[in-house]
Design a protein. Sequence first.
Length: 426
Amino acid sequence: MEEIGHPPPAPACATAIATAPQTRRTIIAMRPRLLVLALACATGSALAVESCELNGQHVNPANGNTTAGKSGLMRCRDGEGGPVVREQELKNGVFTGVVRYFRDGQLEREHRVNERGNREGLAREYAVGGGKAVLVREETYRDGRGVGIVRTWYPSGQLRRVGFRDDEGRELAFAEFTEQGKLYELRCAARPVLGGDADDARWCGHVGGPSNVALYNGKGVEKGRVSYDRGEPRKSEQLGESGMVREQHEATGSGGVDRAFYDDGTKRREVQWVLQTGGDRARRVTTLEQEFHESGKLVRERRFRVGERGGELASERTWYLNGQPKETTELTVAADGRQLRHETEYHDNGKKAFEGEWRVAGASDRRGSAQPIGVHRSWDGEGRLRGERFYDERGRVARERELDASGAVVRDDEVFEDGSRKAFGR
């Protein structure tokens, strides 16, 4: 093996590169050497290269001719006589078996590879420095795929996380811990899988009925609670800094409810949903959305029908803060299959202010895609009818009426396509 030692000092870099052989074949063959020289020129300092040996002989792991048919532990150093940076096992010229990486003379990573070069068996990582390497990660591979238990630790040695992956490499469950050893986060599987590192049999409700487990932040303060029943999530709560509930989620086998709260614990939002089955998997379909003011008063509510395409808006209502209705929207399906939207608006004293209906184009409930139909009416704050607008089948205004406070008609116009008008009936 040709060893590349220390590159020439910076002043000689230009000469070294310029005088390198210039034939195409030689340039390709010398490309690694030229790269080393270029890097050295860029940094202005020497750049060491790995020097590897196997059974006392120099070998080049990139050149199969130097390792063909050989067995043993190849050891690579940071330049001639430098510290060991890598160890790799060969069997009959094939890299298979143990692989180790070192940093500053300490073991940093180790694993094994099979004859295909894929990781196989136990793999470990260490935090180096401070005079002692500390195990920080341990996992198992099967032909390159991580399976089974995965553990990580804080440099102090305290368990940080334990998870479980199935035969396809998908993580099914995990438990995370703070540096003080308190439970930080939890996900459960259909059966206990985390072994002796986490009591997921009890925490996940596999024994002793539904669980009620507290979660903590890095300061050791409770940040939430979770409840599982035989691995299925049933309830979770997230707490704010004041200790009040900020979010709450409840679930059953058929649906659930999600809630959000203001800082003082007043409910801010609630969403109810059901599980709709069919196809490859069940999906969540919202049936109710509610929004609340800081005072606790309900200010908006939307209800949905469960249809083939999921949740379809059925009604929407809003309220003034004094508790009176503000606006109501009802959506129904006409005989021709098209959707109708009926809107009613109110004054803040509870009296009706407007009422009208639209024929919705397609499945959208947006006003911009709807066609007004029938008679739209307006009332004043005392509940007296003050105006009417009549629409034809094309959604065009055909007639307008205006009334005074006594109910007498002060204007009644027939409206034409070009916007002109005349007194109705004349």
